[in-house]
Design a protein around this ligand. Structure first.
Ligand SMILES: [Zn+2]
Length: 415
């Protein structure tokens, strides 16, 4: 089965028909979430939006419940990607011959965005302190027991309370191998975070200097690598070097990559589960590390931040993207995001100015977005692109820029 067959199966299975076949007909293009246990009252008021014209769906609560008809079948029946294809193929081939492939359609205009203001352009920057915000909700527990390393029998699968595979971004072809890798990365990440204590000591002082305090460390579930050798050993005995190297947690020399980068920022999904991570070096000097676990090449100057390998599934602090109307600040980098969160602003982040993914625009639905990237060349160009992408989805977006030569953290520290 190649990509063309997959596209043909999708084209032959309108999402509303598939929903009827699955016994969950949509009402006003809404259905209850296939993962009702993740919702209050079993998702009594349906949280999943269907876009019939582009054959996609998305739950506004569960970040990973979204995608195309294949993802829908996978989630609704708790089956694999391949089984979902077989199910759809059977439906298709049992009733009618495959229709010709659809020509690539222009980006559809979703009815749900009709009320957005396309025309509102990036106007004058607004000083952030004009606005006052509520505190964000407490996250759930970061590390669930079901996420811990398990044998083959413990492999989590969709539909259980354990960690689900995130649905692929709309429009991308998923593969079983890709999903398995993603699951493995999440399990390793959970184990790494579970092996690391909350921030304190020197790492805490580093954050305090940037006006980011304990309440925010706790709320964002920041961790630090205190016992590098011990954490390395735990991961190695749970997962084995081959998988740790393949997923990019260990380098090719067999060492955990986060030697200098001791400060860990987990990216939590809507349920508070870690799906991605960035790590930060808290010392910029070049003094060589000591001890027997020194990774080769660690003695040169290191980049300040090190991202986990694999796709970035969601913006940082994405639980604020809940579909409720309101202001949101979009920051460049986790430190800036935390700076605003500490000041009581509803802020989410992207790892770099160029990292805003087109598929994320939907997440900002009904928000009014202040794009607070750095006032430098990459920041300005990233901000312009991001604003354009958001506005193309009918989402209000404008530039919020600190004075030239300052990033947000400087601005707030001096302000
Ligand atoms: Zn849901």
């Amino acid at each position: 089965m190649d990509k063309t067959d997959i596209e043909a199966i999708k084209a032959a299975n309108p999402i509303l028909d598939v929903l009827r076949d699955l016994g969950v007909p949509a009402q006003n293009n809404r259905i209850r979430c296939p993962r009702p246990e993740a919702h209050a009252h079993g998702d009594r008021s349906p949280s999943v939006t269907i876009w019939p014209d582009r054959g996609q769906f998305k739950c506004w609560v569960c970040a990973d419940v979204k995608g195309d008809v294949i993802d829908l079948v996978r989630l609704a029946r708790g089956c694999t990607f391949r089984e979902a294809l077989e199910y759809l193929g059977r439906n298709t081939f049992g009733t009618a011959p495959l229709p010709p492939l659809r020509a690539a359609a222009p980006a559809p205009q979703s009815a749900s965005h009709a009320s957005g203001s396309h025309s509102r352009s990036a106007s004058k920057p607004v000083h952030a302190s004009y606005l006052v915000f509520p505190e964000s909700a407490e996250p759930n527990l970061l590390v669930q027991e079901s996420l811990m390393p398990a044998g083959p029998a413990g492999e989590p699968h969709p539909g259980t309370a354990s960690h689900p595979a995130p649905a692929p971004a709309p429009g991308t072809a998923a593969t079983d191998a890709g999903l398995e890798d993603e699951l493995l990365r999440h399990r390793i990440l959970a184990a790494l975070l579970a092996a690391c204590p909350p921030v304190g000591g020197k790492v805490g002082r580093y954050l305090q200097k940037r006006r980011i305090f304990k309440r925010t460390w706790d709320r964002q579930q920041l961790r630090m690598i205190e016992d590098y050798a011990g954490v390395s050993r735990k991961l190695e005995s749970a997962f084995g070097l081959a998988d740790l190297e393949r997923t990019g947690f260990f380098n090719a020399a067999g060492h955990l990559r986060y030697y200098r980068h001791k400060l860990l920022f987990p990216y939590l999904d809507m349920q508070g589960r870690a799906v991605y991570m960035q790590a930060r070096a808290i010392e910029t000097g070049t003094a060589g590390p000591d001890g027997p676990h020194v990774p080769k090449g660690a003695r040169g100057p290191a980049p300040k931040e090190l991202s986990m390998s694999g796709p970035i599934p969601l913006p940082y602090n994405c639980r604020l993207l809940n579909g409720e109307p309101g202001q949101i600040y979009l920051c460049e980098g986790v430190i800036d995001t935390l700076t605003l969160i500490e000041q009581g602003f509803p802020a989410v982040g992207v790892p770099g100015a160029a990292n805003f993914k087109p598929a994320w625009a939907e997440l900002f639905r009904s928000k009014s977005v202040h794009v607070a990237f750095d006032p430098d060349v990459p920041g300005e160009s990233g901000a312009a692109k991001t604003i354009e992408r958001l506005q193309a989805h009918g989402i209000e977006a404008r530039r919020l820029a600190p004075p030239a030569g300052m990033d947000l953290n400087d601005w707030f520290r001096k302000g």
